[in-house]
Design a protein around this ligand. Structure first.
Ligand code: ADP
Ligand code: MG
Length: 444
């Protein structure tokens, strides 16, 4: 090293993302802009959460950060150097555990090291250490199918940790787990982090669960949708271990709810303007009509009387925070309720639904679907026009896939099936993947 005077300390961030934009090319329509002008800087020593609704581009951004996907435009730097492919020192944990079923726990974990050319003896000792650290001791020679979901996700974590990555990326790592298992894993991970036992410098985790973000992160970036942007940044000042029941914790959760349901207000918009744009290709979240009806009933009844704070409502219905937002959005899409600033308000249409009997409920639901859900309207129109009143689902799925990923298209179609069935707008044969008007009273 040359002996010049020490420079003032300028810490190169671990990761810098600048003006990042990502669009997916579509054959039959305009390109889909998923991320627009995303900026993010990550320093050593922090856990940062990316919080946003489904489809807002969180997974896309993680893939860009990891070097798996090159952005359409923008600059991604890892330790100051441009990222041009999978970056060294970055490891990813996926939502679905992505384990090799034919390999044991030990072999699955060790796999992370083989690609790095680590000698056998060191591979073995590091694998053993990672397995012990993450609480898998004793399961070394078990196969994934012998393990519970929580244990499998521990294997996923161990495989990421064994490489001692500088940056650990996690894409909704707990969302496939049941509530208790997820919580145990979250607290185990935070304990290890607080005790300095995790062999990582920084964590970037994606979640759509507000409480999870507040429980684990030092800093939270709230993503907006369509296109995804960092709309808001919040510091979480609480020391670990955190208590979900603390007043300050609850208050922060409330604030984030309100940020996430805030309208990007256009001044001229009418009072009941939807935030959800209801084009043919609006992704529909799979929410059952039973839940929607139950939520409307709870919202209309005492103590809410038609107007509720979402976190309070989530708690009284014993729902996870992240389950309620999509339900609120669905109610808003159907004009049964209005979602704004963290509150849910019932509309006149929603009250009419609650007051109606079963048959009239179906009619009101159907009317909402035909007016506000173009996909359902289009399925029904097609059936009305055909001489045999039948239509294959494939065509609709393909049309949706022009606008969204296959997974979202499948969810959207499934939701259209279930909502349309409830409203008796059409029947659906799972085996033939076919819509029809069979057994319906086709009264216009
Ligand atoms: P999130 O992780 O926030 O749910 P994603 O990054 O998975 O969001 O997806 C953002 C949007 O990009 C969605 O509308 C999704 O349908 C679309 N999308 C994701 N991957 C692809 C792809 N490979 N091709 C086309 N569209 C995609
Ligand atoms: Mg995702």
């Amino acid at each position: 090293m040359s002996a010049t005077a020490p420079l003032p300390e300028v810490k190169t961030p671990l990761l810098e993302v600048a003006n990042c934009r990502q669009s997916y090319h579509k054959e039959s329509s305009a390109d889909l802009l998923v991320l627009d002008d995303v900026n993010l800087v990550l320093q050593s020593g922090e856990i940062v959460g990316l919080l946003g609704r489904s489809g807002s581009g969180k997974s896309t951004l993680l893939r860009i950060v990891s070097g798996l996907l090159l952005p359409t435009a923008g600059d991604v730097r890892w330790r100051g150097k441009p990222v041009t492919g999978p970056a060294d020192g970055v490891a990813m944990v996926f939502q679905s555990f992505a384990l090799f079923p034919w390999l044991t726990v030990e072999e699955n974990v060790e796999l992370g090291l083989e690609a790095l050319g680590v000698p056998k003896a060191e591979r073995e000792s590091r694998t053993e250490a990672a397995i012990d650290l993450i609480g898998l001791g004793g399961y070394e020679s078990a196969y994934p199918k012998e393990l519970s979901g929580g244990m499998r996700q521990r294997v996923g974590l161990a495989r990421a940790l064994v490489v001692h990555p500088d940056l650990l990326l996690m894409d909704e790592p707990f969302s496939a787990l049941d509530v208790l298992t997820a919580e145990t894993l979250r607290t185990d991970l935070i304990d290890l982090w607080s005790e300095g036992k995790l062999p990582v410098k920084s964590v970037l985790m994606v979640t759509h669960n507000i409480e999870e973000a507040v429980l684990m992160c030092d800093r939270i970036l709230v993503f907006s949708s369509n296109p995804g942007r960092v709309a808001h940044e919040l510091q979480v000042p609480f020391p670990h271990p955190r208590n979900r029941q603390d007043a300050a914790f609850r208050e922060l959760v409330d604030d984030i709810y309100s940020v996430m349901t805030r309208r990007t207000a256009k001044p001229a918009a009418p009072a009941h303007a939807p935030t959800v744009e209801a084009g043919f290709a609006t992704a529909l979240h799979p929410v059952s009509t039973n839940l929607l009806a139950g939520l409307l009933e709870a919202l209309t009844a005492s103590p809410y009387e038609g107007h509720a704070d979402l976190p309070a409502l989530a708690q009284s219905l014993q729902l996870e925070a992240d389950e309620l937002l999509p339900m609120g959005e669905a109610l808003q899409l159907l004009r049964f309720a209005d979602l704004a600033e963290g509150d849910l308000h019932v509309t006149a249409h929603g009250r009419a639904f609650v007051d109606a009997d079963t048959d009239d409920r179906k009619k009101l639901f159907g009317a909402s679907l035909r007016t506000h859900v173009p996909l359902v309207a289009s399925i029904r129109r097609t059936l009305d026009e055909r001489w045999n009143h039948r239509a294959s689902a494939v065509r609709f799925r393909e049309e949706l896939e022009d606008h969204m990923s296959p997974a979202y298209a499948a969810d959207t179609l499934r939701t259209a099936v279930s909502w349309g069935r409830y409203a008796e707008l059409y029947a659906y044969d799972e085996e033939a993947a076919e819509f029809s008007l069979e057994d319906l009273e086709v009264a216009a």
